[in-house]
Design a protein around this ligand. Sequence first.
Ligand SMILES: [Zn+2]
Length: 121
Amino acid sequence: MKRDNWFVTEYAARSAGKPDRCFYCNSMIGELHKTECVIRIKTAVMDFTIRMVVDVPEFWKPEDIEFRYNEGSWCADNLIDMIKKEEGDCLCSHVQAEYVRDATIEDEETWGAVRVNELES
Ligand SMILES: [Zn+2]
């Protein structure tokens, strides 16, 4: 999701720059940040897929396994403990990130960890 009112505030000034303007695009406080300024943020919907090995009853079919994790009583919060049990390297080799689309306001309300209209500028 994009927004149009990216006015420069004191937030965009940095101690290494001048106090009356954006450190990144040099627009003055009260003006709009330039189109290419890094302060202008949009939100995007992403899918993060985690690949891991789990143990299930031997006789279960694929649909039984998917039912357990998608529709059964299993809670996805358990993934946090399951991931912690993996020793050694970080999660990078287990996770695939895929861009879905630019977010809508409905996406932000449903899945948003960030809301573009609440960001400082
Ligand atoms: Zn700027």
